[in-house]
Design a binder for this molecule. Sequence first.
Ligand code: DC
Length: 221
Amino acid sequence: MNIAIDGPAGAGKSTIARKAAAKLGSVYVDTGAMYRAMALLVIREGIDPEDQEALEACAAKAEISIEYRDGEQHILLGAEDVGGLIRNEDVSRMASRISANAAVRRKLVSLQQELAKRTDVVMDGRDIGTVVLPDAEVKVYLTASSRIRAERRRKEYLDKGEEAPELSELIRDIEERDFRDMHREESPLKRAEDAVLIDSSFMTIEEVADAILSLVPGEEA
Ligand code: DC
């Protein structure tokens, strides 16, 4: 029993996917974290993301893996837990750029498919319903307006006590990232034909989680 949740950045995929996995006793897999770990390596090695050859060599040697401790996903680069280093704007931007590369995708997609073969997963990303798990029993395309997503991002900064970029800057960043994710040649972000569309703009987290759980055969939301 696998659940695929795709959609643009900031639609609430990870919060919802984590909640749904806990309710179902499945494993939550955040595939964006894998692209982010790869992006961190590219930044550390000073590789130009436009240099396809260097990027492919870097993807070939990258040791990216996922470990679960106390039910939480930990993302490892070699033996290093990089979870605390991948949630910033530099890594976000680089992840969006390197995720357009076919070699990078091939490597991470096969890791994701291995995970789903071993256990029931709720997996979130951009190409889960279309490429990674085309046979997933439940597919959801979760979205929200770019303004709402930017407001959520701004609130995250403020809640952490950090200085937040202007809303207009966050909207621009989100729209640029959406455009890149939706228009790349390799596995662009799009709704799978059989995915259920949920717009979370005016829904609470609980309402979205309930809507997704109601799609799971035998589950009461
Ligand atoms: O979900 P996220 O924001 O953590 O993802 C980071 C970047 O990785 C995002 O720009 C799109 C890319 N990505 C992807 O191309 N395919 C996935 N399955 C997951 C993420």
